[in-house]
Design a protein around this ligand. Structure first.
Ligand code: MN
Ligand code: MN
Length: 466
């Protein structure tokens, strides 16, 4: 056969994922870059689940969304949201088809790995004051030492008053850090396995070193910290008991690469899906199927609790939407489709051995469709049906989305999970779709601008399905 015929046959018959720029042409670059300016601004101002919900409420209200009220009737085109305790949110645009035809859902999580302050965090040791921490989610502890860190969160006083705290993001702010041992004296440390050489109890945040002036007695550096906090926020040491204070890498998102093709930032997992899931629902006017974007909490520690995806808040909301039309929630759920919008591992040429080349995701090859996650023989995962995979292939191809398949690593290497199985357990057809990430769960993760834009297009394609 001649070369042209071979090329033709290959394109017609063989699966091959391609660089999105090759698949779509150079015109896509400007669109993706422009879209990602919005994403970068979001990354700079939103680092915690609470900040993500505040952002979503503000942007949604500016676009005509209003708090969902069970007492009010609903009609096609209505835009409503439910704020779950300030840490998770569901937004819906009511569709023109009957609600019992099912809904379309894009569900991303807005918590990221970090260091949380313990309930009684403040102590002094040898004239330094520290915040004692308990890390949250899967981290490589050594990545969190010797780098600038910021403090984000809330303190809720006994009287119910909430104090918002962000220290370390404004260039004029101080930052914090976890100290590490100098290499000169680290010979014992350096031969320990990486999961041992920074013990969790040593991930304590250095916050001060000056005693309160003209003080007498012990712990004067700690007392100075309490005094500073009391003057600035009106809080006392007791108030840490009713606080959620999170330590995250300080600083915003940056373009990565001479060609500016990538974005480096803390917490792409999973804000890189949360942001497109938001822009996708904002892009709808009157969809055929009622569209829902869920931004959920606690995915990184197993989706537990009232604001995690194991909570009943999503089925309650769907039941309430169904009830507004005199229908049963479970009848709606069993005919619904959900994209569990989460990241996947991108093939890293520096660490090729953990991935299996025909089934892993590649940076720049578009949104990644992940049929199942789990580990060790598909343990602990939902597994999307062939029918659902076919539906998505069709939806994305019709919308011109560049996409690829991806498995999380080689079979026996490790694994992971997402919210997919919790939503699938509600009798909702669910599959993972998201963005490939380099250095996932590190303080500085890397994604491709093209992939972020293709994720937006993919979520929009599902939410706007006919
Ligand atoms: Mn994730
Ligand atoms: Mn994660």
């Amino acid at each position: 056969m001649d070369d042209n015929k071979i090329k033709e046959l290959r394109e017609k018959l063989a699966y091959e994922s391609k660089h999105a720029q090759e698949a779509l042409g150079d015109e896509i670059l400007g669109q993706a870059d422009a879209y990602c300016e919005g994403y970068k601004a979001f990354l700079c101002s939103v680092k915690t689940e609470r900040e993500a919900v505040s952002f979503a409420v503000r942007e949604a209200e500016a676009r005509g969304f209003r708090p969902f009220d069970r007492a009010q009737p609903l009609k096609a085109g209505d835009r409503v949201y439910v704020n779950n305790r300030g840490k998770a949110i569901m937004l819906a645009v009511i569709g023109s088809r009957p609600i019992e035809d099912g809904v379309s859902i894009a569900a991303a999580h807005i918590d990221s790995p970090r260091l949380d302050l313990k309930p009684n965090p403040l102590y002094e040791n040898k004239e330094f004051a520290y915040f004692d921490t308990h890390y949250y989610g899967g981290i490589k502890k050594y990545q969190w030492t010797a780098r600038p860190l910021a403090l984000h969160g809330v303190v809720v006083k006994k009287n119910g008053e909430t104090v918002d705290v962000v220290i370390g993001e404004d260039p004029a702010d101080p930052v914090f850090c976890v100290s590490d041992l100098l290499p000169h004296l680290a010979s014992e440390q350096m031969v320990k396995p990486a999961n041992k050489f920074i013990p969790g109890e040593s991930l304590d945040l250095l916050i001060a070193s000056r005693p309160i002036s003209e003080g007498e007695g012990g712990d004067l550096v700690k007392l100075n910290v309490l005094n500073i906090l009391n003057e600035k926020y009106g809080i006392t040491e007791h108030d840490f008991l009713s606080a959620e204070l999170e330590i995250v890498p300080a600083g915003g998102a940056r373009d990565v690469g001479l060609d500016r093709s990538m974005i480096g930032a803390y917490g792409h997992d999973d804000r890189v899906c949360a942001y497109p899931a938001l822009t996708a629902i904002f892009s709808l006017s009157v969809p055929a199927y009622t569209a829902i974007t869920v931004l959920t909490d606690k995915e990184e520690i197993g989706s537990e609790g009232a604001t995690g995806q194991k909570s009943a808040y999503l089925p309650y909301f769907i039941s309430d939407l169904a009830a507004a039309f005199g229908k049963e929630g479970r009848h709606v759920m069993s005919r619904s489709v959900c994209l569990s919008a989460d990241v996947n591992c991108a093939f890293d040429p520096l660490y090729p051995d953990v991935s299996e080349g025909r089934n892993c995701a590649y940076l720049n090859h578009g949104a990644v469709l992940t049929k199942y996650t789990g580990s060790g023989g598909k343990s602990g995962t939902s597994d999307a049906s062939a029918e659902l995979m076919a539906t998505l292939r069709r939806l994305m191809d019709e919308a011109g989305v560049v996409w690829q398949i991806g498995e999380l690593g080689k079979v026996d290497i490790g694994g992971g999970g997402t919210v997919a199985k919790y939503i699938a357990n509600l009798d909702i057809d669910t599959v993972d779709l998201g963005v490939p990430v380099l250095s996932m769960h590190a303080p500085f993760e890397v994604v491709s601008k093209l992939d972020v834009y293709e994720a937006h297009k993919a979520f929009a394609a599902l939410l706007a399905r006919k």
